[in-house]
Design a protein around this ligand. Structure first.
Ligand code: FAD
Length: 416
């Protein structure tokens, strides 16, 4: 069976590795960029995605370039602690949670794809321009060049060309009026040294977590995201490359100084920062049409909340590969894949529009705009607990459920 995957991002490359592990070795990954470069800043991989990459035999390589996140903590705009919970193994998962540089993760996956599927398996400079289907299969069109295949997977991100053919009237991604500025700064470790923190009030927010261990000077690379409403942005919707004006970003957060983190200091220490409007798209009623389907951001672009973008893309590929191995008739495979993956990812998309688990910062601000004296009267522990638990269940990483769930591996004894 010949499979063409459009897009060599985290989703497309992880899908290629998943297909290979499921016995499908005739895979071409077509990437529009002329060269794959380690772009982006930090992302988090939740334990459910780390499980899949572990079962793909990548545990050691992944551990070598990641920081195992130990704790997630939310703070009010005034720097008061609202919620903290252990993460990864410390929370009882069988797999860690990782903070990792997106580009380095992409290069890790690219290397593994080339090793396992051959040096020609990833073709760069190959932008899909269209496709068609006939009784013999699908035909992917790259300008004048055509590639025939049995299954065509659109893993081409939020501006997916595959999705555009399926839904020509959809238009631009939806912007919610918030802008994210993202950067990396060499800084002193904070809190546990492996903490992911968020401080905010529901409209303004600062996120920080280390994506490296300490260097010889004891400092770590801190990935940060500063977020607030803006009347207009200079960057296109869904463009990850737009440069930000660091001094302007810093001025918005000038008085966010806490005894556990100096936010303007962290922002000011970055060499550069990127601007990204907070965009997503409406959930689709259907991903699969004949022999063509969608995966990752092409299928379910979501706000970068709750660390789910890359993680859900990895899960998609694993489930698709499992279904392909179970019932290698694409007309049956793709609906089974979609049935397993569309409802949960739709739920995450919609939950992220309501701020996911981060809503605790908004609730505290609404109920106590000034610093609180007793958190329990503002947001009782039981309510905080329930918010955290509900999101984990919905996004598929409740520890008990994940630890007990059967593997997606079609060869369960291979590579743990
Ligand atoms: C350059 C870049 C930087 C990013 N930085 C961050 C970040 O810092 N933080 C964060 O949270 N998320 C970031 N993301 C998004 C994050 O990687 C995704 O949300 C998540 O990993 C799911 O990935 P995906 O593979 O579905 O989509 P993507 O990561 O968007 O990958 C899609 C791939 O498809 C390719 N492509 C697009 N159109 C075509 C076409 N017509 N033909 C062939 N190939 C095509 C793109 O070049 C890209 O390589 C970034 C994405 C990109 C592309």
């Amino acid at each position: 069976m010949r499979v063409v995957i459009v897009g060599a991002g985290i989703g497309g490359l992880a899908a290629a590795l998943s297909l290979h592990a499921a016995g499908c070795h005739d895979v071409l990954v077509a990437e529009a960029a002329p060269r794959i470069r380690p772009l982006g800043v930090g992302i988090n991989l939740l334990p459910h995605a780390v499980r899949e990459l572990t079962e793909l035999g990548l545990a050691e390589r992944l551990a070598a370039l990641s920081v195992a996140t130990a704790e997630l903590a939310y703070y009010s705009r005034h720097g008061q602690a609202i919620w903290s919970e252990p993460r990864g193994r410390a929370a009882g998962y069988h797999w860690p949670q990782y903070s990792v540089h997106r580009g380095r993760l992409q290069m890790l996956l690219l290397t593994a794809v080339r090793e396992r599927l051959g040096p020609e398996a990833v073709r760069t400079g190959a932008a899909l321009t269209g496709f068609r289907q006939d009784e013999r299969g699908a035909v992917a069109e790259f300008g004048a060049e055509e590639v025939r295949c049995d299954v065509l997977i659109g893993a081409d991100g939020i501006h997916s060309a595959v999705r555009r053919v399926l839904y020509p009237d959809e238009g631009e991604p939806r912007w919610n009026g918030l802008v994210l500025w993202r950067g990396v700064t060499r800084a002193e470790p904070f809190l546990t040294g492996r903490s992911m923190i968020m401080a905010g009030n529901g409209t303004e927010k600062f996120v920080a977590y280390p994506i490296s261990g300490p260097g010889p000077d004891g400092r770590v690379l801190v990935n940060w995201i500063a977020e607030r409403p803006l009347a207009e942005v200079r960057t296109g919707r869904g463009d990850w490359h737009g440069r930000a004006d660091l001094a302007a970003v810093q001025s918005h957060f000038a008085d966010w100084r806490y005894d556990w983190l100096d936010v303007p200091g962290v922002i000011g220490g970055a060499e550069e920062a990127y601007e990204y409007p907070m965009v997503d798209r409406d959930p689709l009623p259907r991903w699969s049409h004949g022999r063509v389907t969608l995966l990752g951001d092409a299928a379910h672009p979501m706000y970068p909340i709750g660390s789910n973008g890359a993680s859900q893309a990895v899960l998609d590929g694993r489930v698709l590969a499992r279904e392909l191995a179970r019932r290698p008739d694409p007309e049956r495979t793709l609906p089974a894949y979609e049935e397993a993956r569309r409802p949960p990812t739709t739920a995450v998309q919609l939950a992220n529009r309501q701020q996911g688990p981060e809503v605790v910062m908004k609730l505290v601000h609404e109920r106590s705009p000034e610093p609180f004296t007793d958190l329990e009267t503002v947001l009782p522990r039981a309510e905080r607990d329930e918010i955290a638990r509900r999101y984990k269940r919905l996004a598929g990483f409740d520890p008990a459920v994940l630890n007990e769930r059967a593997s997606y591996d079609v060869r369960p004894s291979s590579r743990r």
